[in-house]
Design a protein around this ligand. Structure first.
Ligand code: NAI
Length: 480
């Protein structure tokens, strides 16, 4: 705690560097800046206490300061152990008008290179407000903050102390240990928090999947807005964002020439499509793996080969997972990879690649090359290069998606926060999406920022295709 602000970051002294980056990013985030102007005198988030769990990057700093400009109080943690930009975290804590000795910003609990224990400690701190306050909004990416609240309520209701079983996955053991400590101090903390929380806005595919599962089981404790499936989020951030940041991560990590190499991308959803394009842009020969025939057919017609990982693993120079599913690359696959082939993941969680199995595997040695780059050597003398320990490599080895694309995603986040905070009584404990008119509004701002010239429908044309001159221009079932 310094100057009344609680925080746990690497170095408050890095704030000036972070502030420069934030200033440049603001120019590249016209959506967020337009929302700041639009609500400059309204403060729609006044009274909101937002607990946020989302990669603590420069772009997220602009989001946080937008929420604050709209009246919210905010506490923040990262949603990944490697994704924090320490200078951005410092700038957010110090704030635009503070100094490292006298910070005036926002409590942040995040640094690059947390252990799993530290990660869940940060998440717990971010959800724990001073006094009786507690959050009344959650902003989540991947669902870990939502998960902690739901697990906490579950154990409080059952009146039992969470006890990890031997065969629980390591991460789950850490979650339960975190909850044990919090429940020992306060036995109704999470129930009280859940009652106050008006809703959660969720950023990514994997977190949204978790929310729909909770809602289907009737276990969702508060309303949720699925930000991911705003068109201006998943069809832009997931696709064009990764097109930029995947290759950025690979290049910063390895210096291998990508052109001419064989790259396998597992999954051809939005992230897979952007990943494939990113690698093809460098003239790699790209092969796709898919389970869904529709996505597989898209890949073929986009000019990629489609094959099973088992058939092509021995020829791949680069393997990237982007499925949001688990157990995609097994230890057996890794043993069959070429010497010094590069393996990395851009799906939300690290279980796409069997890292736990690799650590346990016989005769395997880990040689750390540099932060977030490891060579794993097998007994036969061959080795593979694994990026960011199998966690999101575009954030672990680089700085994630660029500002302009995140301006779209975070404009959706901000609008979703305002919507749930101000109109929570109109929502049930279900998962909702934002109306298309808002998607078009966000897109319009970014079209203008890029100097694009929109064609205007005549009244006659609008009537002919059955839409309003001002939009929405498409029915909800349209897929883009
Ligand atoms: P999506 O649902 O559009 O695509 C996933 C694809 O993987 C689907 O087409 C599915 O059929 C396929 N798939 C599932 N199991 C498979 C298997 N065993 N083998 C091959 N293909 C399989 O999801 P989206 O939006 O592309 O997201 C993918 C992951 O990336 C999610 O975990 C999401 O949260 C994460 N994400 C990561 C970002 C980053 O910055 N790295 C940005 C946005 C999302």
């Amino acid at each position: 705690v310094r100057n009344g602000i609680e925080f746990a970051i690497a170095d408050p002294g890095a704030a000036t560097a972070g502030r420069h980056q934030i200033r440049l990013a603001e120019h590249e985030m016209p959506g967020l800046m337009a929302l700041r102007r639009e609500y400059a005198e309204v403060f729609p988030l006044r009274g909101a206490r937002v607990s946020g769990s989302l990669h603590m990057t420069v772009q997220t700093a602009v989001l946080i300061e937008t929420l604050v400009a709209l009246g919210a109080e905010v506490r923040w943690a990262s949603c990944n152990i490697f994704s924090t930009d320490d200078s951005a975290a410092a700038a957010v804590v110090v704030g635009p008008h503070g100094t490292p000795d006298e910070p005036r910003g926002v409590p942040v609990f995040a640094w690059k290179g947390e252990t799993l224990e530290e990660y869940w400690w940060c998440t717990e701190r971010m959800l724990t407000w001073p006094g009786e306050a507690g959050p009344n909004m959650i902003l989540d990416d991947g669902g870990d903050a939502t998960l902690l609240v739901h697990k906490g309520v579950q154990y409080e209701r059952a009146g039992v102390v969470p006890n990890p079983a031997d065969d629980d996955p390591d991460e789950f053991k850490v979650i339960l240990q975190t909850l044990r400590a919090s429940l020992a101090a306060d036995t109704t903390k999470w129930t009280r928090a859940a009652e106050r929380i008006r809703g959660v806005t969720e950023e990514t595919t994997t977190g949204v999947n978790r929310l729909y599962q909770l809602a289907a089981q009737g276990e969702l404790l508060f309303p949720a807005i699925n930000v991911n499936d705003s068109v201006t989020k998943s069809k832009f951030d997931n696709k064009y964002g990764i097109r930029h940041s995947l290759i950025d991560g690979i290049n910063r990590a390895t210096d291998v020439l990508v052109g001419g190499k064989v790259a396998v991308v597992c999954g051809y959803g939005d992230v897979g499509k952007g990943s494939a394009e990113s690698l093809r842009g460098q003239r790699a020969r790209v092969i796709i793996t898919e389970v869904d025939p529709i996505n597989a057919l898209q890949a073929l017609l986009d000019g990629y080969e489609v094959a099973r990982l088992d058939s092509v693993i021995g020829q791949a120079d680069i393997v990237i997972t982007a499925t949001g599913n688990k157990d995609i690359v097994t230890v057996d696959h890794m043993r069959r990879m070429k010497h010094q082939a590069v393996l990395g993941n851009v799906g939300h969680f690290d279980n796409e690649i069997d890292m736990a199995g690799l650590e346990r595997a016989d005769g395997v040695r880990r040689i750390n090359i540099k932060p977030q780059v490891d060579e794993w050597a097998f007994r036969d003398g061959r080795s593979i290069i694994v990026l960011s320990e199998g966690r999101l490599l575009n954030l672990g080895n680089a700085t994630g998606h660029p500002s302009f694309v995140m301006s779209n995603s975070f404009s959706n986040q901000t609008i979703a926060q305002i919507e749930l905070f101000t109109k929570y009584r109109e929502y049930d404990r279900e998962v909702y999406r934002l109306p298309k008119a808002l998607d078009e509004k966000i897109a319009r701002i970014h079209v203008e920022a890029l100097g694009g010239e929109l064609t205007r429908l005549t009244k006659d044309q609008a009537e002919y295709i059955g839409v309003d001159v001002e939009g929405p221009y498409k029915p909800d079932h349209y897929r883009y």
